[in-house]
Design a protein around this ligand. Structure first.
Ligand SMILES: NC(=O)c1ccc[n+]([C@@H]2O[C@H](COP(=O)([O-])OP(=O)(O)OC[C@H]3O[C@@H](n4cnc5c(N)ncnc54)[C@H](OP(=O)(O)O)[C@@H]3O)[C@@H](O)[C@H]2O)c1
Length: 233
């Protein structure tokens, strides 16, 4: 039987590395993202649909279109995410926080709704979360709130999706454009967590993709809806 994965956000970083890895392993990859990376353009087993997840009114339609291509999904990886600017809460507008919430939380809610409404057979769902959901360090404002909300969203859907196993998974530190922005552009004196991040161990996107690929089956042992940090497994 053909093995299919669904993934959001393959334009760069972790999502791109995961898409590449699953293609190498012979999977059919269904991807929603804004950008199709050049080296994946001619992949026969990649079904790419251009979709800007910040346009919430399009998300359901895109999800329906791409998932209609298959009758079952082994794993759906809700990876797309944005950080927003690292700055103090009192300087962060609701508009900025809502932009982060739309992509990191509400787009995922709409995707999960489609899985339920279309009665899709999805064995496992992994939403890429972050330690920021728990840490709430100074400056991580909308991002921390969005990942805490994502963890809650996954737990809530786990109670409704009896035939699907859900996890919110923190992948550890990954050397992607998102982390590079923090390491290179954020004032470590004002935001001390950046100092700690600089000293902490990090993986490349490829190393993390390999790690997650090996960890995903192990997640099935945990209660559906759990938040798990790969650094604590
Ligand atoms: N890097 C870390 O250390 C770290 C740690 C914990 C959690 N995470 C999480 O890991 C996930 C991947 O992040 P990353 O580190 O790989 O960062 P990244 O390189 O900035 O990747 C972000 C991904 O999200 C997609 N995306 C962003 N806005 C989108 C939109 N409006 N519509 C559709 N797709 C959109 C991008 O694809 P397009 O280019 O196609 O838009 C890209 O593939 C995120 O959920 C992030 O919160 C990362």
């Amino acid at each position: 039987m053909k093995r299919n994965i669904f993934i959001t956000g393959i334009g760069s970083g972790l999502g791109l590395a995961l898409a590449r890895l699953y293609l190498e392993k012979g999977y059919t990859v269904l991807a929603l993202s804004r950008h199709l990376p050049k080296d994946l353009e001619n992949e026969p087993n990649l079904h790419f649909l251009e979709c800007d997840l910040s346009h919430l009114e399009q998300v359901k339609c895109c999800t329906k279109k791409i998932t209609a291509l298959v009758d079952h999904i082994e794993i759906a990886i809700l990876n797309a995410g944005i950080l927003g600017e690292i700055k103090d809460m009192h300087q962060t507008s609701l508009k900025e926080i809502n932009q982060v919430m739309d992509i990191n939380v509400w787009a995922n809610k709409l995707i999960l709704d489609v899985f339920i409404e279309e009665k899709k057979k999805v064995k496992q769902i992994v939403a890429i979360s972050s330690g920021a959901a728990i840490n709430c360090n100074r400056g991580w404002s909308g991002y921390s709130i969005s990942k805490a909300a994502l963890n809650c969203l996954i737990k809530l859907y786990a109670r409704e999706m009896e035939n699907t196993h859900l996890t919110a998974l923190a992948p550890g530190l990954v050397l992607t454009p998102m982390l590079n922005y923090i390491l290179e552009k954020v004032d470590e004196n004002k935001y001390p967590s950046v100092k700690r991040l600089k000293k902490s161990p990090k993986r490349t996107p490829q190393e993390t993709a390999e790690l997650l690929y090996s960890i995903f089956p192990q997640l099935l042992r945990y209660e559906s809806g759990s938040f798990i940090d790969v650094r604590k497994m």
